[in-house]
Design a protein around this ligand. Structure first.
Ligand code: TYC
Length: 101
């Protein structure tokens, strides 16, 4: 009888895998007041007035702007909270997330 030799399946990791960071992205719309966007950026993302103004105006002009990067769960929680703040006022303000490359 022939013995079957089972080769152990191993995988060589050449680097330590780190969880990807996720971007929070501010999306422009035609209805949310500029000042409200700035207020949400300051409250949820701990930005100063000048930085919040810059991010808001960049999204206004270009359609989107990266707000910050965080671990995935933090990015998703902050995006949801910021989007909900707009919804409570009846605004279509949107914050989305996507993984960094
Ligand atoms: N475009 C909006 C306005 O003119 C302001 C605005 C800026 C809304 C950025 C959303 O992500 C946004 N009132």
């Amino acid at each position: 009888m022939t013995d079957t030799v089972v080769k152990p399946r191993t995988r060589t990791r050449t680097k330590t895998e780190r969880p990807k960071l996720h971007k929070v992205i501010l999306v422009n719309d035609d209805y949310t007041p500029r000042e409200f966007v700035v207020t949400v950026l300051k409250a949820e993302f701990r930005m100063g007035e000048e930085q919040a103004q810059r991010v808001m105006i960049t999204a206004h002009r270009r359609g989107v702007c990266v707000v910050a990067v965080y671990a995935r769960d933090v990015a998703e929680t902050k995006a949801t909270r910021a989007t909900d703040a707009g919804r409570r006022k009846g605004y279509p303000l949107q914050f989305t997330t996507e993984p960094e490359e």
